[in-house]
Each structure stands twice: as C-alpha cells, then as structure tokens.
Design a protein around this ligand. Structure first.
Ligand code: GAL
Length: 736
C-alpha cells in the first residue's frame, strides 16, 4: 500500500471513529499501551484470572529486533476499537473495517487464507470442515489496511469477520429489493450477505487482551507478531533432514531392518519416528519402553545415533493406570479422563516435574531427540468436556485452547533448553504465541490441496505445518506428495498405518530420492531461512500475499451466484482463492503438482523476473501465467527463482545432515550481474546461538569488467562458529 493510500485509509478510519461514536452501548478501548516498537496492548475487564497466550510463549519478546523494523504508528484513530462487556461475562470487541479491506489468517485454516465474510469458531479441534475449528485456531489476523490484531486470551473465540450489520453502524450498504418490479431502479445487486464493516469477536470470560501490530506490509506485521511472541523456532540441523515414522507395532529388529534398507537403497535418513507400540501401553499411555519390542532401548538408541539417525517418540499425554506416573499424577489431573487415562494439569509445576523427570530418565538420558505429541486437539468426543475441572482452577475451555502449548512448553523448556540441546518434533495442536516452539503441526486429514494451503496459512500466524506423506493411490500421487513434504518445515513419511517406504512405488523411486536429496542440498539456504525466522520473525515458508505486491496481487476468481432453488437458493457469489504456490526461503517460489494438476499446472508469476531453478531459463514475470509440466521439469518439483537471488547449496549430495558439516558449497546467482547473501552458521545443535554464538558469511557476487563472475566473502565475526565448508563453485544461472 502506498503512503497516500495508507494516509487516506487512516483518515477514513478517523472519520469512522467519529461517526462510530454513535455506537452508544460500546465503550472505546482508551488505554492503548505501547508494549514494544509497533505493538500496542488494550485490556478489557480483569485479566487476573485469564490466561494470555503470550504467557505460554517459548521466549520473551525480541524487543531489539522489533525496534530494528521500520518505525510504525498506532494504526487506528482514538476510540476506533470498541467493546461490550455484559454481566453474563461476555466480552465482545469491535474493530471497524473499510469496504475494500481484506482480512487474512485466524490460524491453520486449510480452506483458504481470506477471512472476509466468514464466521469462525476458533476452538482447538481436529480439522473437520472449516468453520474455524482447527489444530491451531490462532486468534490473530492481518488486514490489508496495514495492521494485525491478536486476541491474546485463551478462550473459545467466535469471530464475525465483516459479517453482520449493526443498525447504528455508519457504513452499512443500502438495502436492495430482492424482487423488484421491472421498472424499479436498484442501488446495486441484492446480496444474500450484505457487506459488514467490522470484525466483531466474542468470548465468555472476565477479561480480554487485544494486541495491535502495525506494519507497512503484511510481512512486516507477521514479523512483529512472531518477534513479539519471542521470535521463530530454530530447529537443530538434523531436524531439517528426512524423517520416517515406522508402523505402530514395529519392534527394534524391524526398525533396524528398515534403517538398513534405507542405507542399502541409498535413501537419505535423519530421524526415525516410533509410533505408539514402543510403550508398554498406549491410548492411554505409560511412556515406558515395551521391553518385548525394545529389549535394550539405550543400546538401540546409541546404535542408531552412531549411524547419524535420531529417534523421535510418539506419545499422547493421557496416563494409563499401568504407568508409574499414574498414582502420583492422580491428584494433579483433571476431573475427566481421555481414553480412560488421566489428563495431567501441566499448569502445575509439580505435574511438570513428575513427567519431565520420568522422560529425562527413560528417554533423554539415553539420547532420544524429541517427541510427537498426539491427540491434544479433539474432536470433542475424545477430549474432556468444557465443564471439566482441573486442580489449578484452569477452566476446561482454557485447558483445551492451551494443552498443545503447555506440552510444547514443558518438553521444550524443561527437557531440552535446560540441557542446552535443541529439539525438533511434532504436535497436533497449538495456538497463539507459539512461534518459538520447534514443533510442526500435522493432521489426520489428507487432502493434498489443503496440505499445500496449510503451508501458506501457517506462515500467517507463527506456526510450522508438516504436510506429511502417508500413502497414495499411485506412484504419481506419491511423488507429488513427497515433493510437497520436502519443501515444508518438516519432511516426513508417516507410515504408522500404511507401512509404506519411500521406495514403495518403484516407478518413481529415483524421482523421490532426488527430491529428498535436493532438500538436503538446500540445507545451507533452508537453515538460514529458519535463522531469519528466529531472529527477524520472517517465516521460512511463506504465503504469496506476504511477498511484495501482497494483498493487492491477491485477486482470486469471482464466481457469480446463479439462483438455483435447490443448489443455491440465495444466489450466493463466491471467490475461489489460489493458494497452491508458496515461497520457500527468501527467493524460491514453489508450485507443487497435486490432485488434478498431477503432471501439469498453471503457475502465476509474481511481479519481477523469474527463472527456472534447475536450468536458469528465464520464465517471465509481471503476473504472467505459465503452464509447467512434469515432462518439462523431469519429474522434479517446479521451482522458480527471483532475479538477482543468490542461493547456496551443498556442492554434493549427502544422505544424512551430519555430512553437511564442513561440506563444500555451490553458489548460484540467478539472472543478474550481481547479488548478495548472508549465510547463517552456528553449531547446529545447542542454544548457544541465543547468546550470540553464531556467524554470518556475507557473500557478494558480481560481474567484473572483463565479463567474468566473481565473489567475495566475509565471516562476521571472523572467529565465529563455522558449519558448512568453503565455496567450491559459482554457477551463473540464466542470461545476464
Ligand atoms: C494418530 C496420528 C497418527 C498416528 C496414530 C497412531 O492420531 O495422527 O499420525 O500417530 O495416531 O495411533
């Protein structure tokens, strides 16, 4: 948005607030308190007994990084944001919107990014059919008018996003007769849903905290949100390798044989995930090794670590009567059970201590690398009812909204951070202020199109999404799904039920292997993208609306509503969104093949010049649509690179991330005579980077007068830690 447009909008909002003074029953939030550069806090009612999501964040706000962003003003005129608090403990907040304002976000919503004209129930739940309930219903949204709003209170939130009209609102559209006489002029087309001019969001609770984030672009607003929540997660380097989860009832011997098969077939592997059968009992769980399947857990873990393979353990939090922890945890758990197991109240330090001591002794001490925390989302019939009680006094509702966060916090802080060892894992529910947690969300839903949308949706709200591969109807689908996984935060095959292996579809095995190998070759670039998430709040994979041109480039396809007494009785129009492209790191755009676009698809090129990643061919720009086929890419993921990008790759193929340390680099420059890049390096495994123990390799590539390409490189600080090897080759891609 240009400065003038922004100014105009602000003027409109001011006007809005003056007229909105007519909204008599609503009080303005007046005490907007600046809490970091570009972030303001407004409080309604009494927050003493409410839980803020930010109370559960991994780290405190990164104030310096927030300060380093361009300065920003409070984006609303005084009195614009208003609220209603009733004696029934209802709190409603109203944020006016402009007619053209587009809204995005509200968490990991797989049905699209646009949220204008929607009603959302933001409750943690297993993904069903939209409606807001999802694995991570983050109550944060972005507006094309240059701000973001975070409802920072752990309650079920119902949001009316530009839907519904107050009788005293100044911006209501004029009513239109739906069935006019032929000679009657109408002010417009009748609409089943007249445009609303506000976001109205409601909770049942004593208090509500609203955070406002400002920004000159959607990306800057997201950065502010992430930085305020403590910055993004930085996984250990091994976490970015390939993960394979074995069938639920696999033994040590079967797992060992599978790992040998990976080596024999020359397939990269970094992490093996054990599913529920590693425990003596699951659903509910004991967290204790099943010695009949795993007679020597310590020896087994060590043997794998010697091969560079880490073990990740599945668990759900519900404690079996057969567990050592059952008795001591009984009094520290809620009134209701899940799968007949106790639901510990992990807001209590004593409960945290019990679990983490057991985990430390049985798992961490022998070298377990992390966890997959299952079943913390829903559906309602699996989890505790809303009226369940917990010993800390936390309500069943707040517990539901935060259980995934509480688990992440406990495992991350009490098991790993405390030992100065990084972890990377999975969790099936998360919520606000989670950006600092190194856990990716996964789902039992399995639509490939929705999995791709998830990558964009996650990038708007500080979470990581793992579009895992489980099975496929044919080799092509298998390849396409694995390729998507390889360009996501966590590349994983989850064979817990399918018993599939990466080579289960022989006709695509080579292409599948190449796709995993490419992910590993891109490690220097990918790891730096995660460092940008940690330090600057820039998500490593990003929705296209976060790129320059962002929301204005997001047009969608409008489908006019046609009256049909059965199929569309209100003749409702709709807009079809395109969310099947996303950014991977700063300069690679990914356009996966999927579903009916299994081998051929359209790609919309954003503004600027774009190049084929593999060949360097100039493919176009300026929002041109091109068609790309699997025949053209040689069955590889369609990847497009921005003009002037410098991309560091490992110079050779590796099969485990341990081999990346010291590995020489290939540097690529795309379509330009110059470019620069800052390669981030640290030890790849500890939290020392948080104390400043990292280095940046500042690389400049340019064309000399004699027409040759050359580069310079400087490490800052010069004695900082090093990770990758020397630059071996410089490749100039595309005509200059
Ligand atoms: C599911 C989970 C799967 C797998 C399975 C094991 O709920 O989504 O990934 O772990 O449990 O029982």
């Amino acid at each position: 948005m240009t400065r003038t447009a922004y100014g105009l909008l602000m003027a409109l909002l001011t006007l809005n607030s003056v007229i909105a003074a007519g909204l008599e029953d609503l009080k303005p939030i007046t005490d907007w308190e600046p809490c970091a550069a570009g972030v303001w806090r407004g409080t309604i009612g009494d927050m003493k007994e409410e839980v803020r999501y930010t109370d559960l964040a991994a780290q405190s706000p990164r104030l310096e990084a927030l300060q380093a962003l361009p300065s920003a003003k409070f984006p609303f005129a005084a009195g614009t944001i208003r609220f209603l608090q009733t004696d029934r403990q209802e709190i409603m907040v109203r944020i006016p919107t402009d007619a053209d304002e587009k809204l995005y976000g509200f968490g990991l919503q797989y049905d699209g990014l646009r949220k204008s004209g929607k009603i959302l129930n933001l409750n943690v739940d297993h993904w069903a059919k939209g409606g807001g309930r999802t694995h991570a219903p983050v109550p944060f949204y972005l507006s094309s008018a240059g701000y973001g709003i975070f409802f920072n209170t752990a309650r079920f939130l119902k949001v009316y996003a530009q839907i519904g009209n107050r009788k005293d609102s100044p911006h209501n559209p004029l009513p239109v007769d739906r069935n006019p006489m032929p000679d009657e002029k109408q002010p417009g087309r009748w609409q089943a849903r007249p445009a609303g001019d506000a976001v109205e969001a409601r909770i049942q609770g004593r208090g509500m905290e609203v955070l406002v984030f400002s920004g000159s672009s959607l990306l800057e607003i997201v950065q502010r949100y992430n930085l305020y929540c403590g910055g993004g997660a930085l996984p250990p380097l091994w976490g970015l390798g390939f993960w394979h989860r074995v069938p639920a009832r696999f033994s040590a011997d079967q797992t060992r044989a599978e790992i040998e098969e990976f080596a024999r077939r020359n397939f990269p592997l970094d992490v093996i995930g054990l599913e529920p059968g590693w425990m003596t009992k699951s659903y509910p769980c004991t967290f204790e090794w099943n010695r009949r399947r795993f007679p020597d857990p310590s020896g087994f873990t060590r043997e794998l670590l010697d091969k560079g393979v880490r073990l990740n353990l599945w668990e759900n939090p519900y404690i079996s009567p057969a567990a050592r922890l059952y008795k001591p945890m009984y009094a520290l758990s809620g009134s209701h059970m899940v799968w007949l197991g106790l639901v510990p109240d992990y807001t209590l330090p004593a409960a945290r201590k019990l679990l983490t001591e057991q985990h430390a002794q049985d798992h961490i001490a022998i070298g377990i690398s992390g966890y997959k925390i299952d079943e913390v989302d829903g559906y309602d019939f699996w989890l505790w009812p809303d009226h369940a009680t917990f010993p800390s006094g936390t309500s069943g509702e707040t517990m539901r909204q935060t259980y995934g966060l509480l688990m992440q916090r406990m495992l991350y802080q009490d098991l790993f951070q405390k030992r100065n060892v990084r972890t990377y894992g999975l969790v099936r529910a998360s919520n606000g202020a989670a950006s600092g947690y190194p856990f990716a969300i996964y789902s039992d839903s399995y639509s490939h199109a929705q999995y791709i949308t998830g990558l964009s949706a996650a990038s708007l709200c500080g979470i990581l999404w793992a579009p895992e591969t489980r099975s496929a109807r044919n080799g092509r689908e298998w390849l396409n799904r694995i390729q998507t996984s390889c360009f996501s935060p966590l590349a994983m095959l989850n064979a817990w039920a399918s018993a599939k292996k990466p080579w289960s579809y022989p006709e695509v095995t080579d292409a599948v292997r190449k796709s995993v190998e490419l992910r590993l070759r891109l490690l220097p670039y990918l790891y730096t993208a995660f460092a940008d998430y940690a330090f600057k709040g820039v998500p490593p994979m990003r929705a296209m609306i976060l790129e320059s041109g962002g929301a204005s480039a997001d047009q969608g396809t409008a489908i006019r509503g046609r009256l049909d007494g059965e199929a569309n009785p209100y003749a409702q129009a709709r807009t079809v969104e395109r969310n099947d492209q996303f950014m991977f790191g700063p300069s690679i755009m990914v356009a996966p093949f999927y579903e009916k676009y299994a081998t051929e698809r359209q790609v919309q090129l954003p503004a600027g010049d774009w190049y084929d990643f593999y060949t360097g061919r100039h493919v176009g720009g300026r929002q041109k649509n091109i068609t790309i086929s699997a025949a053209q890419t040689g069955d590889r993921m369609p990847l497009f690179v921005k003009r002037g990008a410098v991309i560091p790759l490992l110079a050779r193929t590796i099969s485990n991330t341990d081999q990346a340390y010291g590995c020489e680099l290939e540097l690529r420059l795309y379509g330009s005579t110059k470019g620069s890049y800052e390669l981030y390096e640290d030890d790849g495994k500890s939290f020392d980077y948080m104390k400043g123990n990292y280095s940046l390799r500042k690389i400049e590539v340019r064309k000399t007068q004699s027409g040759e390409f050359t580069y310079t490189e400087e490490r800052i600080p010069s004695d900082g830690p090093s990770m990758f090897g020397k630059i071996k080759t410089l490749k100039v891609m595309g005509a200059q």
